[in-house]
Design a protein around this ligand. Sequence first.
Ligand SMILES: C[S@@+](CC[C@H](N)C(=O)[O-])C[C@H]1O[C@@H](n2cnc3c(N)ncnc32)[C@H](O)[C@@H]1O
Length: 218
Amino acid sequence: MLSDLNESYHSINGALAESRHIFIDNGLNRVIGSQGRDNSTSNRKISILETGLGTGLNCLLTIIEALKYPQYQFLYTAIELYPVTQEELRMLNYITITGDEYLSLFNKIHAVPWGCCSEILPNFYLNKIRSDIKELKSPDIATNPDVVYFDAFSPNIQPELWSSEIFKGIFSVMNPGSILVTYSSRGAVKSALRDAGFVVKRVKGPVGKRHITVAQRD
Ligand SMILES: C[S@@+](CC[C@H](N)C(=O)[O-])C[C@H]1O[C@@H](n2cnc3c(N)ncnc32)[C@H](O)[C@@H]1O
């Protein structure tokens, strides 16, 4: 973790609702919705790439969502340069909010070794990669994601991660029609995304935040 940047990951209070709104409702479920929610077709695949696994909250919410879609195989690739420590994990209280039944899933996320792909559920595989977001253009890191959760620290804290160079790298490994979703709707971020080739739109944000950004690779 970038403890020296003194950035708290989320305000715990709104963290779950925020993450659900941004990454699940406007990321994952947009993609699933665009494919049709037909439960009868099995063996569908969805590939998710997260930049900044952090505490694993977005990953946990996606696993909870995967329970609703047994017809899909989920492959979740998470990039993180500064993994959270066991001590930091113990201090989190997500489980008291999401419910005890998810504790084992949460623990499974953090038990997956770095550099490995492991089964979390029969339809959910997690691949944890300890690497720099700046290396994302390398095709051996990202696997043609259908949806990218871009969850780096804010442009104020790490402006170098919100550049058109970084977005071009991500764009180059994305599937046509796939989307990148992020919490920032700052003008400079949207223009860097456009420079990288994305079609960008802002959508309604979670409580307390007017807009977020959804960018599509056409
Ligand atoms: C806003 S937090 C992500 C929160 C996380 N998605 C969650 O659900 O808890 C940003 C994350 O990006 C990671 N990070 C910062 N710089 C990075 C870099 N250059 N490459 C990869 N990860 C980075 C941080 O360590 C942190 O975990």
